[in-house]
Ligand binder design. Sequence first.
Ligand code: UTP
Length: 309
Amino acid sequence: MPIKSNDAQDNGYHGVKTVVVPAAGMGTRFLPATKTVPKELLPVVDTPGIELIAEEAATLGATRLAIITAPKKQEVMRHFDEFPELVRTLRARGKEEQAVKVERAGKLIKPVSVPQEEPLGLGHAIGLAEDTLDDDEQFFAVMLPDDIVMPATVMGEMERVRRAVGGSVLCAFEVSREQTADYGVFDVEDTNAPGVKKVKGMVEKPDPADAPSNLVATGRYILDRKVFSALRRIKPGKGGEIQLTDAIELLIREGEPVHVVVHRGTRHDLGNPGGYIPACVDFGLRNEQYGPALYKDLKDIIARYEAEL
Ligand code: UTP
């Protein structure tokens, strides 16, 4: 299928205004830490995942962050508050750099809280954001705060594809065939645009032998507003939860265009310790202040570890 611009149809086109950030999950893979600390607030070096997402959303040009929050996870919203007393104290003590860090999150983007009373699934969480969108927002973005994609420019590419072909645009990441068993896997066909594929279907965590490709879903989406109607029409799926994948499947069956942009950079899954630790190492090594010492420490740790093998 040719990818050509239909800007004419999108008269008055503007980019993504709202980024929906589902942050009401239980974070069970991160217990016991998540008994009291929402996983979205766990720091990568010194910055919580939710602030990294706010930064990515602001870079995309979005103006509103619709954060889906659970009743017991209000600290996620609090992260965007002003802390005037703390800032005053830091400045009085000459800690300007720290004061700027405290103020940063609140200045990036406008956060809006969307309550989800019970964790009924990612699809359910996204469905709750409908009323937050303006009437003229025909599409919006979803960014999962436990998924970090670098470089973050992939969302901009996805937005350009949406502008050209409409519908919904997802982000795909290439994994080895054996790893497909852990992900939602896309069934795709080529388009004439390099790195852009048309989605024919999706399979959740297949047996690698049956995987339709080695392109898997990551936590970045540009969704057409029609997804809300699809979310209302699907039944609870895996684990009794309303699954976003099922709504996307329904859109595909109804002939709505769904494409993926194949992300060629790095991806980190902050949602479990196995992905979180490498993310901290990757960000830590690139950190001006901590990187050089961490590099040395890591080499020592690895040498000691290998000596014990
Ligand atoms: P995950 O399944 O990765 O998060 O959902 P989880 O449910 O918190 O994790 P585990 O499996 O118990 O460890 C992806 C994203 O969707 C949000 C989560 O907060 C996470 O950011 N989510 C999930 C909701 O907002 N509501 C839900 O009902 C489910």
